[in-house]
Design a protein around this ligand. Structure first.
Ligand SMILES: C[S@@+](CC[C@H](N)C(=O)[O-])C[C@H]1O[C@@H](n2cnc3c(N)ncnc32)[C@H](O)[C@@H]1O
Length: 212
C-alpha cells in the first residue's frame, strides 16, 4: 500500500468496528499483560490499533512495523499528536520478509489485516517464531475468504457501499486474497503452531489466538 492516495483513503476510513473487535479479543485472551510488556505490531498501517493498544495498556512498549512509508507517515502524524505515547511506540519501515527484524523476545505479537497481503503466508508464521518469546501472547486477525464471488459482492455491498472507490476495490481484492480458516490451520501446523486457535469471529473476520 505504497500509493499515497490509497494510504490516505485507508487512514481516513472508519475501521472502528474491526479495531474494537481486535482490542476486545485481546482483552479476553490476555486480561493482564505483564508490566512493561514488549509488543510487536506487524503491518501496523496508520497505527490506529497500535495507538489504541498503547493507551489501553499504559505500561507496554510497542514496536510497530510496516512495509509502506505512505502508511507509516499517517502513524507518525498520529503519534506526533500524542506526546504521552511517543516514548513507548517505535515505528519502523520494514517489509517482510526482512533480515533486519527485531529479535527481542517480544511478549505480545499483534497483527491485523496483514496476512492476506503476504504472497507467502509462511512469512507471517516464521516472523512470529523469530520475534516472539516462548509463551508470548499471539493475536493475528484478518479477513476470511468468503465461499464465492456472490458472497464477496454481498459483503462489499454491506460494508463498503458508500466507501470511496479505492477502498471498495481494496476490500473486494482483500476478500478474494484472504484465507479460509482451514487454510490458516494448515499453515500453522507447518510451523509447529497447530495449538493456536483459529476462529471465525465475525461474518468476515478470522482470528488466530493463543500462546506461543
Ligand atoms: C490492511 S492494512 C492494515 C493496517 C493495520 N494493521 C490496521 O489494522 O489498520 C495492511 C498493512 O500491511 C502492510 N503490508 C503489506 N505487506 C507487507 C509486508 N510484506 N511487510 C510489512 N508490511 C506489509 C501494508 O503496507 C498495510 O499498511
Amino acid at each position: 500500500m505504497d500509493d499515497p492516495a490509497q494510504a490516505h483513503a485507508y487512514a481516513e476510513a472508519d475501521f472502528s468496528e474491526a479495531n474494537g473487535l481486535f482490542l476486545d479479543r485481546f482483552a479476553r485472551l490476555d486480561p493482564s499483560p505483564p508490566t512493561g510488556a514488549r509488543v510487536l505490531d506487524l503491518g501496523c498501517g496508520p497505527g490506529d490499533i497500535t495507538l489504541a493498544f498503547a493507551r489501553r495498556y499504559p505500561d507496554c512498549h510497542i514496536t510497530a512495523i510496516d512495509g509502506a512509508e505512505a502508511m507509516l507517515s499517517h502513524a507518525r502524524c498520529a503519534l506526533e499528536g500524542d506526546p504521552d505515547l511517543r516514548g513507548r511506540i517505535r515505528l519502523e519501515c520494514l517489509r517482510l520478509p526482512s533480515s533486519s527484524l527485531p529479535r527481542e523476545g517480544f511478549d505480545i505479537l499483534l497483527s491485523n489485516s496483514l496476512l492476506h497481503h503476504l504472497s507467502d503466508p509462511d512469512v507471517m508464521w516464521r516472523t512470529l517464531r523469530h520475534c516472539a518469546r516462548p509463551g508470548a501472547t499471539v493475536l493475528v486477525m484478518d479477513l476470511a475468504r468468503p465461499a464465492d464471488a456472490d458472497a464477496v459482492d454481498a459483503l462489499v455491498a454491506t460494508y463498503a457501499a458508500d466507501a470511496p472507490e479505492v477502498l471498495r476495490n481494496d476490500f473486494r481484492n482483500s476478500l478474494f486474497a484472504a484465507y479460509e480458516p482451514a487454510e490458516v490451520e494448515a499453515q500453522l501446523r507447518r510451523h509447529g503452531l497447530g495449538h493456536l486457535r483459529v476462529q471465525e469471529i465475525s461474518d468476515r473476520h478470522l482470528s488466530v489466538e493463543g500462546r506461543l
